[in-house]
Design a protein around this ligand. Structure first.
Ligand SMILES: CC(C)(COP(=O)(O)OP(=O)(O)OC[C@H]1O[C@@H](n2cnc3c(N)ncnc32)[C@H](O)[C@@H]1OP(=O)(O)O)[C@@H](O)C(=O)NCCC(=O)NCCS
Length: 173
């Protein structure tokens, strides 16, 4: 009798957010709400409904059409959303954008944020012709700071960072 195959490592891929992602995105955001709120600013409670998420997607896709926003999702092999990554405020200031990312708690520590940030860097260069990326991270968010370090971001001096416990990281492209 043949030996059973070992369980394959799930694979992940990144693609642009689309309007049909509302229900899957809502499930991802609800499942990880507490986790995200312990690291980043909480969303408005109105976000957590199909209508709220549909409006959010519409808003992001309008940003994509206007060239100010580039939203991506990370999916696993069964098309479950396990993460998100965005270029935000593209060209404000000129030739720069902000990066943002979040990964499901149960998919953490497998390099997904690193994969997503590398994708944002590539898109920033190739699609948008940017020369600088910026990230804002709470001081205690060690995992995120590690991802930024690994992807070539440098911590700005305290003079260049906003007040409070957020730190600014910059990467020249
Ligand atoms: C921060 C976050 C995006 C990291 O996602 P991820 O897919 O787990 O990231 P990666 O696997 O690419 O890398 C994380 C690294 O940080 C390390 N790490 C995570 N938490 C850590 C901690 N508290 N102390 C030390 N290292 C830590 C991991 O071990 C990993 O390093 P390794 O690959 O050398 O083992 C994810 O935890 C998350 O979404 N958090 C909530 C939202 C958030 O903070 N977003 C970022 C806002 S700036």
């Amino acid at each position: 009798m043949p030996m059973p195959m070992p369980h394959p490592e799930p694979s992940f891929h990144i693609r642009e957010l689309t309007e049909v992602d509302a229900e899957a995105l809502l499930a991802f955001e609800i499942e990880n709400r507490e986790w995200f709120e312990s690291h980043i600013e909480a969303r408005d409670p109105g976000f957590y409904s199909v209508q709220g998420v549909s409006e959010h997607i519409e808003d992001y896709l309008s940003g994509l059409a206007a060239g100010t926003w580039h939203p991506f999702i990370i999916e696993d092999a069964s098309a479950r959303i396990v993460g998100r990554a965005n270029l935000k405020n593209i060209h404000t200031p000129p030739q720069a954008a902000e990066v943002g990312y979040r990964v499901a708690r149960d998919a953490g520590g497998r390099g997904l944020a690193t994969l997503a940030l590398r994708h944002l860097i590539q898109q920033a260069r190739e699609r948008w012709g940017l020369t600088q990326l910026i990230a804002y991270v709470y001081e205690e968010n060690i995992g995120s700071a590690k991802v930024l370090d690994r992807c070539g971001f440098a911590r700005a001096t305290s003079d260049e960072s906003p007040t409070g416990s957020e730190r600014r990281f910059v990467r020249l492209l």
